[in-house]
Structures are given as C-alpha cells and as structure tokens.
Design a protein around this ligand. Structure first.
Ligand code: 5RP
Length: 224
C-alpha cells in the first residue's frame, strides 16, 4: 500500500467520528484533503472552522460550509495532520507555520484527533523537525538568546524572495528551532511558552486526545 492509500484510509477512519449538525475543525495537509472529499461524498451536514487557507478553499470548492473561528465558542471535534507524534500524543507540527491557530482550534475542540501514518509515529518524539515559534518582531534577538540557553539552534524562517522574511497569518515572525537530545518534552514545552515574545509554539503537548495511525495492516488508534 502506498502513502496516498494510507492517508485515504486514515481519512476514512476519521470520518466515522463526525456527527451531523456539528461544528468541526479541519487542519491542513493531504490527509485532511481526503477527509474533505469524504465529507462531501457522504453529504455530512457540518460547519467547518479551519486554520488553513488551502483547507478553506478546498472546503468551499466542495460546497462545505466554512465559518469564522471567532464565531464559535465550542468545536465538537477537530482533525489535523502532524509532522511527528508519539505514544504520549505529544506532536510536532512545524511545516505550515499556522500552529498558533491550529492549537487554538485543537484546544477549543471537545476531541482533537491527529491523523498520521506510521512513518510519523515514534514511542517518543525524535525532533527530526524543528519546533516552530511564532514570535513578536521586537522579541527576535531576545528569543534567539533564550532558545540557545535551552539548547536550541534558532533559524528565522525566510520566504523564497531574496532576503524575504516569512510572517504568520497574524503578521508575526516564525522562528524554526532545532533541538537534539530533548530529555523532558513537557519541560521544554513549558520553557518555550514562558519566553516573553513567544506567541505559541508548534510543539503540541496535552492538546490531542487521540491519534489515528495508518499502516500497512490498517488503522491503529493511539490514546492515553
Ligand atoms: C504541518 C502539519 C500538517 O498538518 C501535516 O504536515 C500534514 O501532513 P499530511 O499532508 O501527511 O497529511 O502539521 O506542520
């Protein structure tokens, strides 16, 4: 089975958790795209909030009802992809740079489910990906100094344009921080979140309730 088939299977398993007449959260990525297709095929009557512009466009193309996140105070269930997830449901979501809103939606949801394949799962997060920090511009040098104290190697995220700086949807800077040899993930999460000027990080600790892990032999549900 190739990776695309696994993602489709993961989306099929996710579909079973969605109830009609609810507000659902849909994050970004290819597995979520498959889930959007299935919601459309099954004609589920849901309202969608999303942190992702691409997901919003895909939902609208498929005729799904997208509403602003600020208009709801509760989300029944939310789904998202991730870059790495472990047996404690700690996750890294570094690529998209939209983790602040992803975490908001995940936290607002009664149930937040990560969708991944086996290649992204490990007993303990390996930090193959950097932790992305959304930071206030004025805090740039200070945050660089503080993450080095924590053992991280910071790198400001840049766009393809010459000397271009990538900014988040909220207009903040994005700083990718590489960590090796992380001994205590919860402590790292705490320490990063307590650096002044850090809006949020792409390390998700205590946010997800479940992960659906797609493998050759089917879907494995990981929960604490
Ligand atoms: C980016 C993410 C995405 O949700 C994730 O990369 C999507 O993965 P896939 O395309 O395999 O579903 O966390 O940081």
């Amino acid at each position: 089975m190739d990776g695309a088939e696994m993602k489709k299977n993961c989306a099929k398993a996710a579909l079973g958790y969605i109830q009609n007449n609810t507000v659902i959260g849909l994050g970004g990525g290819s597995t979520i795209s498959h889930l959007i297709d299935l919601i459309r095929i099954e004609k589920l009557d849901v309202r969608v909030v999303t942190p992702s512009f691409q997901t919003k466009m895909r939902c609208l193309e498929k005729g799904l009802h997208v509403i602003p996140t600020f208009s709801v105070d509760r989300i029944a269930i939310a789904f998202d992809g991730c870059d790495e997830v472990d047996a404690q449901l700690h996750a890294l979501k570094s690529g998209g740079g939209i983790h602040t809103k992803e975490k908001l939606i995940g936290t607002m949801a009664d149930t937040y489910i990560l969708l991944a394949d086996e290649s992204k799962f490990a007993e303990t997060l390996a930090f193959k990906h950097p932790v992305c920090l959304e930071i206030l511009e004025d805090a740039l040098s200070y945050v660089e100094k503080e993450v080095r104290v924590l053992g991280g190697e910071p790198c400001l995220r840049r766009s393809n344009a010459k000397d271009g700086i990538t900014v988040s949807d909220y207009g903040h800077l994005l700083m990718d921080v590489r960590f090796s040899n992380v001994q205590n993930i919860k402590q790292l999460d705490h320490d990063l979140n307590h650096i002044a000027g850090v809006v949020d990080t792409s390390l998700f600790v205590g946010v997800a309730n479940k992960a659906l892990i797609a493998g050759e032999s089917g879907i494995r549900v990981v929960e604490k």
